[in-house]
Design a protein around this ligand. Structure first.
Ligand code: XIL
Length: 369
């Protein structure tokens, strides 16, 4: 990939200004509820960054994404992340054996479709219960961490180009997530540095990321910066930060996003936007189900247009933008908002494709620029 002078864009712009050649990259979206034409996202953003999506692979009785979505939808993406299939509890068995079924499925699909895979995630406090089945001291935890990373990053070596090595290790109101079993076993945050060292040793060519939410918030961001410096993570192998981007219709502001990008770019780090979605309830977990009105459809489209204008502006620092899901139907935000999980679905509308897999206004807003 890259990106210095998006020459074809300039040409296309020039041609369309003088009423010249149509953009050959425009194709019909057979799935769309309108006859409008659009540019395939990965083509439109070829000179900017990868366009990715988190996908289901059969874990937790889900249907693998390639059986849910048509090629017309999937061809928009050139990067994929396992939404859940590569988290520790779906890879590691309590007897110490490994099961790579879901990750292998994704790598297989990506290879055949000329796409890359982001690995998510090696070290996290959630969805890792098989690693945390018994209490242990620091030495035992270090051995387990090393064994896990060596096996997983080793298995996918050369097939996964970027890893979220550590996910959400910084606290929301304090420096560390002290409730993480890794933190407890280690009696401190050194597991974070160890994880990068083990990942780097195992797959020196993979790009290694620290991934977290709310990094557009200045105090959370300051804690992440402090972690990177205090634990000297760059010398341990850190290449970049994953900004999750679970955002909403009103938050964060353009300048919050710009500040986050600039801070990490100034540290010489790469930036991936890893889990983009827009909560249409804007973090309000108490509101009853809303209707998806034409007004909301438009508001979401404008919000996406605004966000992508920032991403394009800073594309020299951003190598990948991934949505957390493909259509509204399979978004985790139907069951989660503002830090609360629901037992019953509350329909949300955070993504570019609707429940039937048709492109929404937000899709056209992202694809046309
Ligand atoms: C979420 C998945 O989307 C859900 O299906 C699952 O039940 C919980 O995890 N931050 C992350 C992701 O890094 O792994 C989370 O994914 C969303 C928040």
């Amino acid at each position: 990939m890259k990106k210095l002078i998006p020459g074809f864009l300039l040409l296309t712009l020039f041609a369309s200004c003088v009423g010249g050649v149509p953009d050959k990259k425009e194709v019909k979206n057979k799935n769309a509820n309108t006859d409008r034409e659009y540019r395939i996202l990965k083509e439109a953003y070829k000179e900017y960054f990868y366009i990715g999506a988190a996908v289901k692979l059969g874990e937790y009785d889900s249907t693998p994404f390639y059986q849910t979505y048509s090629e017309d939808v999937l061809k928009n993406f050139n990067s994929f992340t396992a939404e859940n299939g590569m988290k520790p509890e779906n890879i590691y068995r309590e007897d110490g054996s490994f099961d790579f079924t879901y990750g292998d499925r994704l790598v297989d699909y990506a290879l055949k479709h000329n796409a890359v895979v982001r690995g998510h995630t090696l070290v996290w406090h959630n969805q890792s219960k098989t690693l945390f089945s018994k209490d242990m001291d620091k030495e035992a935890a270090k051995t387990l961490l090393k064994n896990y990373i060596q096996n997983v990053a080793g298995h996918f070596k050369g097939k996964i180009y970027a890893w979220d090595v550590v996910n959400e290790a910084v606290g929301d109101g304090s420096q560390w997530r002290t409730s993480s079993p890794w933190y407890k076993y280690y009696s401190g945050p050194e597991y974070i540095r160890d994880a990068f060292i083990f990942a780097k040793e195992t797959d020196p060519d993979a790009l290694l990321f620290y991934n977290d939410y709310n990094m557009v918030n200045s105090s959370k961001r300051a804690r992440v910066v402090k972690m990177i410096k205090d634990l000297d993570l760059i010398s341990a192998g850190l290449d970049g930060v994953g900004i999750q981007a679970h955002w909403n219709l009103y938050w964060p502001s353009k300048s919050d996003i710009e500040q986050a990008i600039k801070t990490f770019a100034d540290m010489g780090l790469k930036i991936h936007i890893t889990e983009l979605d827009i909560d249409c309830y804007s973090g309000n977990s108490l509101t009853k189900e809303i209707d998806y009105t034409a007004r909301l459809e438009q508001q979401l489209a404008e919000r996406y247009a605004e966000i992508f204008s920032v991403f394009r502006k800073y594309s020299q620092y951003i190598d990948s933008v991934s949505f957390w899901g493909i259509s509204d139907k399979d978004s985790w935000l139907n069951y989660f908002s503002g830090g609360r999980t629901f037992d019953k679905e509350r329909k949300n509308y955070p993504l570019l494709f609707d429940r039937e897999g048709a492109a929404k206004e937000a899709f056209f807003a992202v694809s046309a620029f």
